[in-house]
Design a binder for this molecule. Structure first.
Ligand code: 3HC
Length: 314
């Protein structure tokens, strides 16, 4: 049973800005929240490889193919950093993976949208990685040491992805009319799903209050979404692209861009597993997991054999 004194001492550490490390005492709920949020973050990175991976074989040039290959590889690495960070809380990687492949654990809704043209790959780099970097630069300062350090490492690559994506979008926006049309269509399809990445409105966010109290989240969903929109409206304008929100308007008083109403029915529908690509993404990930079982078994057998021969030698 956790005593009030333990809880108060823990909160005092959080309020003093101290990092909590794996061997430190922590409330069970803190552990659970981090395991939930961090494992779902990791799942998102792994599933996030699929939409862009769809265009590796069809990139318009060898250079663009190499760029895309490297980016998709980076996302795999982000997933592994995050699984490693969350394993320090006691949850096994196998369990975490089972929970999203065969259980009810979530991954980011954004990856349940199809990539219909190569311009989608460019827009994902600019908007999706751009949204992820807004979120992850905050997580890099969260109270749990291993998760903060994993995000710090991810941010270095993510900000490169975002800049690279924006450069690719700008090139298409300055291209021939067919390229301009293609990239504007991609922005129109990805704008609202990107804003959904920041989660529901604060009033509909059951986890935020606890996460903010424990400085796992440093800002609310709406604050981060607003920060993202304020930046992207300028970036879109700079390259002559429009955003599909007719209610978007600048508020001189607050200095922020006010958005139209989000399509929340669509958001919850996708979160509940009814998005256009949910089934396809899960089928692809389950196939990869099941077809790769022999590799995991061989690696584990090899590790056991090495351990046995070390024990015999000692
Ligand atoms: N997609 C799927 N589920 C979502 C969601 C989304 N966009 N937004 C919220 N949800 C779920 C939450 O997981 C929660 O369900 P749960 O309790 O069963 O887990 C429920 O909706 C209520 O939402 P809350 O706001 O209460 O949940 P959180 O406080 O956890 O906030 C979050 C949601 C902002 C996504 C937060 O979990 C977070 O910051 N997570 C870490 C970052 C992350 O996961 N990013 C995902 C993208 S990774 C990425 O983009 C990779 C890049 O390389 C492209």
């Amino acid at each position: 049973m956790e005593t009030q004194q333990q809880l108060d001492d823990f909160q005092a550490r959080i309020d003093a800005g101290e990092k909590i490390e794996p061997k430190d005492w922590m409330p069970e709920r803190y552990r659970q929240q981090l395991t939930r949020m961090g494992s779902q973050h990791a799942h998102s990175e792994i599933v996030g490889m699929l939409p862009e991976g769809n265009w590796i074989g069809r990139a318009p040039s060898l250079k663009r193919k190499l760029v895309l290959l490297a980016k998709v590889q980076d996302e795999a690495g982000h997933g592994l950093y995050l699984y490693s960070a969350i394993e320090t809380l006691g949850e096994s990687r196998a369990n975490m993976i089972d929970q999203y492949l065969y259980g009810s654990a979530k991954y980011s809704s954004i990856f349940n949208y199809p990539t219909l043209s190569y311009a989608d790959v460019c827009v994902i780099g600019w908007l999706v990685d751009g949204a992820a970097i807004v979120n992850q630069t905050k997580l890099a300062h969260c109270s749990y040491g291993p998760y903060a350090r994993a995000n710090l490492r991810i941010c270095k690559e993510e900000s490169f992805h975002k800049k690279q994506g924006y450069e690719m979008v700008a090139k298409m926006a300055e291209g021939i009319p067919a390229q301009r049309k293609m990239v504007q269509d991609a922005v129109n399809r990805f704008w609202w799903p990107t804003l959904m990445m920041f989660g529901p409105h604060d009033s509909d966010s059951p986890n935020s209050e606890e996460l903010i109290k424990w400085q796992i989240k440093l800002n609310t969903n709406d604050e981060l979404r607003q920060h993202f929109v304020d930046r992207v409206v300028m970036e879109a304008g700079a390259i002559g692209l429009t955003l599909p929100d007719h209610d978007l308007k600048f508020n001189e008083e607050t200095g922020h861009w006010e958005m139209g109403e989000m399509p929340w029915d669509e958001f919850w529908n996708v979160v509940k597993g009814n998005g256009v690509m949910n089934r396809e993404r899960m089928k692809a990930r389950r196939n990869a997991h099941e077809n790769g079982a022999w590799v995991r078994e061989a690696a584990q057998a090899y590790a056991r054999k090495k351990k046995l021969s070390r024990e015999k030698a000692s």
